[in-house]
Design a protein around this ligand. Structure first.
Ligand code: BEZ
Ligand code: FE2
Length: 406
């Protein structure tokens, strides 16, 4: 048992002072230090530095680690141009990122206070690094392939990857499934995969309505995807509409990434099925996909969380940077309220969406916590300053163990 005494605790909805936290792998109690010392007489007590803030570890629900070698190879500014550049550079990028390159990306997340991440794994090349990661990991095995002739081979490969990920038995590692997108996965494959997901109660995610090209292709089999599909995949029309795609997920809470181009009907479906939207503002900007309408999501009572996406569409895997970009991107939203929601999105809301018992400094939650060195006494606008100032992260605890700092 340990007791830590920071100057401040962000729960993340309330700021506490004069309180300490007793924990082992989970948080046992939050109370004044003297009370905790009496109750847990054998506990090791650590007094943290002046102006220290304890808050929940950050949760990055969407990252593609296998693309971590990208620095300048991919083309930014337009989604389809980016997609062509991914296809052109795919081999080089994947082969250019070995286990140590993936481990470096994972370590950079730890340095920036990320204690849980959701890895979208296209090939399983990131499995070992994720198995060895200090963080909690939801390992989303991705299914992709729009051609019926390839369906059997692709499904066999997907099942093999899923099985290997299921064999990883360690605290905080959860196998899951990612359906790449409505335009890139054949309905036969989606149905077969969702059968497994539902039978085994696996965590589930998909990209959805990222670009206007996707909107036009799904609605009318037209737009920028038309040439792409005709030339590369000999396909003349879309495999399903957005409504047909979403129907597969009915009754199963899913994390849907991007959702920038969703229409009213899509949003109603997301809302009534309690799906969560993963918002990746930097990726959306770099790929020319515009800005997600957060106000509309909130009006539809849809939970949204903030994530980094991969280094194929970002320059950092840092949720503080991501939240800062979101704060400036959504300039029509009230500043303090948005900052508070962003912090909650990367902690409590992300934990709830991923079904993980963390994201809060609260009794019974896993002890996934970070310590920030504030530069003075926090005021009512703490959420804004946390996002703007990128305070030093002096300690990271995951399941109660120190993974950064001493
Ligand atoms: C496919 O594998 O069929 C595919 C991949 C990326 C974009 C579109 C389709
Ligand atoms: Fe993604």
């Amino acid at each position: 048992m340990q007791i830590i005494t920071p100057d401040y605790i962000l729960t993340p909805n309330t700021l506490l002072t004069n309180m300490s936290v007793a924990f082992d792998t989970t948080i046992k109690k939050i109370a004044p230090l003297e009370d905790l010392k009496k109750e847990f007489a054998d506990a090791v007590v650590t007094k943290l530095k002046k102006n220290s803030l304890l808050m929940p570890g950050l949760i990055n629900a969407h990252v593609h680690l296998e693309f971590s070698a990208n620095k300048t190879q991919l083309s930014y500014g337009d989604f389809i141009s980016w997609l062509y550049s991914v296809i052109e550079n795919r081999e080089e990028l994947i082969n250019g990122c070995d286990e140590s390159c993936i481990a470096k990306a994972i370590d950079s997340m730890l340095e920036s206070g990320i204690t849980t991440f959701g890895a979208i794994s296209s090939h399983g090349m990131d499995l070992q690094a994720c198995a060895n990661a200090p963080q909690n990991v939801v390992f989303f095995n991705e299914l992709i392939g729009s051609q019926a002739t390839m369906a059997d081979a692709l499904f066999t490969d997907f099942l093999a990857r899923l099985d290997v990920s299921k064999s990883i038995k360690r605290e905080g590692f959860y196998p899951g499934v990612a359906i790449h997108s409505p335009y890139s996965v054949h309905p036969i494959l989606i149905k077969k995969a969702l059968q497994i997901v539902k039978n085994e109660n696996l965590k589930l995610t998909a990209h959805f309505m990222e670009s206007s090209a996707e909107r036009e292709w799904l609605d009318k089999s037209e737009g920028d995807f038309k040439d792409f599909f005709e030339n590369l995949l000999k396909q003349k029309s879309s495999l399903s509409s957005s409504g047909e795609f979403l129907e597969y997920f009915n009754g199963y809470e899913t994390l849907l990434t991007h959702v920038v181009q969703a229409n009213k009907q899509d949003l109603q479906t997301l809302s009534s099925n309690k799906h969560t939207v993963i918002h990746c503002p930097i990726s959306n900007r770099l790929l020319g996909n515009g800005a997600l309408d957060l106000k509309k999501l909130q009006k539809h009572n849809i939970r949204w969380i903030c994530a980094t996406d991969g280094l194929s569409s970002n320059y950092k895997l840092d949720l503080f940077e991501e939240m800062k970009c979101a704060l400036f991107m959504h300039s029509d939203m009230p500043l303090l309220e948005l900052a508070q929601r962003l912090i909650r999105s990367a902690t409590k809301d992300a934990a709830d969406a991923l079904g993980i018992n963390s994201g809060e400094i609260a009794q019974g939650k896993n002890a996934d916590m970070i310590v920030l060195d504030l530069e003075g006494k926090p005021n009512d606008e703490l959420a804004i300053h946390l996002i703007l100032h990128r305070y030093n992260i002096s300690k990271v605890y995951i399941n109660g163990k120190v993974k950064k700092g001493t």
